[in-house]
Design a protein around this ligand. Structure first.
Ligand code: FE2
Ligand code: FE2
Length: 201
């Protein structure tokens, strides 16, 4: 097992809700719609990374990591746009991501608490991306598409680790571990209440 495999395994096995087979079926049956939502997710992931840079310009390590992340997510976006256009489709209007909005409600106020929660909620969102892309990669018939989603799963797994490492760099490890468990529980709760749709979440 290479390091990417072990990272992927460790990050999504911590999740406390497993994606149901019905989600995979729904996505495979509505793959065009799924791609449009997937593209929006990659675009937003890139934008969120740059909003971290704008919000915390004095945190040197964060600025470096978030700039790299923004570029990587933007390259994911570009790849998904290519897939969309190859199918003769166009990007769609933005629609609200219930999952992300529900998670955001659990961000604490207060500069430092809010910062820790942004890092940990980002880590859990990346872990879910890892899990769902891996589910799709295993189910897709098209070998190129399966390989693409496998690559993305590995990439999102490294993002989970990066956000957790940043939290450990800026905060006490015990506080981070305790709050990480909180986020795993909230994420499981939120996702299990969202109807099955051809969306990433
Ligand atoms: Fe991504
Ligand atoms: Fe990511």
């Amino acid at each position: 097992m290479n390091s990417a495999d072990s990272t992927q395994a460790s990050s999504h096995h911590r999740l406390r809700y497993n994606t149901d087979r019905s989600w995979v079926t729904c996505v495979l049956e509505n793959f065009d719609l799924f791609l449009l939502d997937h593209a929006a997710n990659e675009r937003k992931a890139s934008a969120v990374a740059m909003s971290m840079v704008a919000h915390y310009p004095d945190r040197t390590m964060l600025v470096v990591k978030m700039t790299d992340l923004a570029l990587e997510e933007l390259s994911h976006f570009r790849s998904v746009v290519h897939l969309i256009q190859a199918r003769g489709l166009q990007l769609a209007d933005d629609s609200k991501d219930q999952y992300v909005a529900a998670l955001r409600e659990h961000h604490r106020r207060g500069k430092e608490d809010y910062f820790m929660d942004r890092l940990l909620s980002a880590a859990v969102i990346e872990a879910r991306g890892t899990e769902r892309f891996a589910c799709l990669a295993a189910a897709l018939q098209d070998p190129d598409l399966a390989r693409f989603y496998e690559t993305l799963a590995h990439s999102e797994a490294t993002h989970t680790e990066m956000f957790l490492n940043l939290a450990a760099q800026y905060f006490d490890l015990g506080d981070v571990s305790a709050r990480w468990l909180f986020w795993l529980d909230r994420e499981a709760e939120v996702l299990s209440q969202i109807p099955v749709l051809p969306r990433l979440h």
